[in-house]
Design a protein around this ligand. Structure first.
Ligand code: NAP
Length: 440
């Protein structure tokens, strides 16, 4: 039999332990597919004495991931430690610089240093594979980089964070408030003790920056994305979405526009009959729009040891077969510094929920401010206390009543200016809720 691919594995947590398990369980299948075995020969983690789900004594222990990365007895280095800094960064750099192919699941590392690491991998003619870093078990990196290398992408959008999708699904299905669903997600291990990175959209933004680079050839830039999270979403928004034929999802969206590549993460109303709207719970999904091709939606597990290990092992299988593709699908020198399309230029439909004062002149004042910004309304309804909608009228109770407006396509700039003027008019109380609408 051909020589095995000897692997050094740094990180033995959820993903690392599952990689060991999958390589053992899938050994024969991998030999059949790659023509050679893939064997972990050396491992490294923070604490040697920690109890693990597999027998660590079968493998050589490396005290330091940095040293493991340069070990002459390994053919490939797997980094599943995590974090944008060291030791993950220096270990990956050391492996590439010593001519070893690298597999990583680390979206933070790639979002911040992907451009330089890709150039380093090319310089030393080795692979840098990162399938597991976006949407866990969904082979989206390979799909964009190889499966659709003939395609010209117009847009991609996806549910890239299982925690947020779980929370929004539970809110909608069980009529629970955001905070209750977040606590439940934490109890089930879907959300971190500090959930900010997930629920405020930053995790999605890092993943989106990698997908946008793969699809559009733009240099990886985690700061190119407009980010809004889901913590302001209420049951009132989900109820309104339901009545209007939409569902609310936290989407990462990258679109080619005349102003450049628009990258944005925000709660989004998607048509209830769209493929992405059907995706509930912790599941991830990505829809790809390419010119001349009907939309393609990939759906699957976005996290968890087994799903993520599946992606890591697939990347190792490519290395065992001798396959090497530029990390972002084209030579890094050809990746462009595309202009970041400013969010103010974004064009689309909007859902706006206002708490309007029920007194004469309110409806006219709101309509006037929208008209001044040339915003056309598809619908405007006022909700009574018990929740049933009716056409907007100016009443006289003086109380605040929720008013829901759906606009035709307009610009972000126009919406922001109109709402600032409405607030100055003092015909609404509180901050207006704005949710962008993404059509199929
Ligand atoms: N978990 C998922 O579902 C998932 C999905 C997609 C991508 N990922 C990515 O995969 C990577 C690993 O995630 P994970 O969930 O497996 O993390 P984890 O369970 O926290 O495991 C991290 C591992 O790294 C080791 N480690 C941490 N700091 C270290 C240091 N300074 N030196 C040496 N080893 C160190 C830890 O050692 P000890 O065990 O000794 O503490 C542990 O074995 C991350 O980049 C993550 O974003 C995870």
């Amino acid at each position: 039999m051909a020589e095995p691919l000897k692997v050094g594995l740094a990180g033995l947590g959820t993903v690392g332990a599952s990689v060991v398990e999958l390589l053992e369980r899938g050994r024969e299948q991998l030999v059949a597919r790659c023509g050679r075995p893939i064997e972990v020969v050396a491992i490294s983690a923070r604490s040697r004495g920690k109890k693990r789900d597999f027998d660590t004594r079968k493998f050589r222990w490396a005290v330091d991931p940095f040293e493991l990365a340069q070990d002459p007895d390994i053919d490939a280095f797997v980094e599943v430690i995590g974090g944008a800094g060291d030791p993950a960064k220096s270990a990956v750099e050391a492996a590439l610089a010593s001519g070893k192919p690298v597999v990583t699941a680390n979206k933070a590392l790639l979002a911040h240093h992907g451009q330089k690491l890709a150039a380093l991998a090319e310089k030393h003619a080795v692979a840098l594979n990162f399938e597991a870093s976006v949407a866990g078990g969904i082979p989206i990196v390979k799909t964009l980089r190889e499966g659709l290398s003939g395609a010209s992408f117009a847009r991609l959008y996806g549910i890239l964070n299982g925690t947020c999708n779980y929370i929004l699904s539970r809110m909608e299905q069980d009529r629970l408030a955001f905070d209750d669903c977040l606590r439940e997600a934490q109890r089930l291990g879907y959300a971190e003790a500090d959930p900010t990175f997930d629920v405020e959209g930053h995790d999605t933004a890092q993943k989106l920056s990698l997908l946008a680079s793969l699809a559009f050839g733009a240099k990886v830039d985690p700061n190119a994305t407009y980010v809004e999270g889901i913590s302001s979403i209420t049951l009132a928004d989900l109820d309104a979405a339901e009545e209007l034929g939409y569902r609310v999802k936290l989407l990462g969206v990258a679109v080619r526009t005349e102003a450049g590549i628009e990258q944005r993460v925000h709660p989004t109303m998607v048509p209830k009959d769209s493929a992405i709207a059907q995706v509930m719970g912790v599941t991830n999904a990505i829809t790809l729009d390419a010119t001349g091709l009907a939309p393609i939606t990939l759906v699957g597990p976005g996290a968890g040891g087994a799903a993520t290990a599946s992606a890591v092992v697939a990347d190792l299988a490519d290395i065992a077969r001798g396959i090497r593709t530029p990390p972002f699908g084209r030579p890094s020198a050809q990746m462009t510094s595309t202009r970041k399309a400013p969010m103010q230029h974004h064009e689309g439909g909007y859902y706006i929920r206002l708490l309007a004062r029920d007194r004469p002149g309110t409806a006219a004042a709101i309509a006037r401010r929208l008209a001044q910004q040339k915003i056309s309304m598809e619908s405007i309804v006022q909700r009574h206390a018990k929740g049933s909608p009716s056409a907007l009228r100016s009443g006289s109770s003086g109380e605040s009543v929720p008013v829901i407006i759906i606009t035709y396509a307009t610009s972000e700039d126009a919406v922001r200016k109109a709402l600032a003027a409405v607030r100055r008019d003092r015909v609404v109380s509180g901050k207006p809720q704005v949710i962008r609408i993404e059509k199929n």
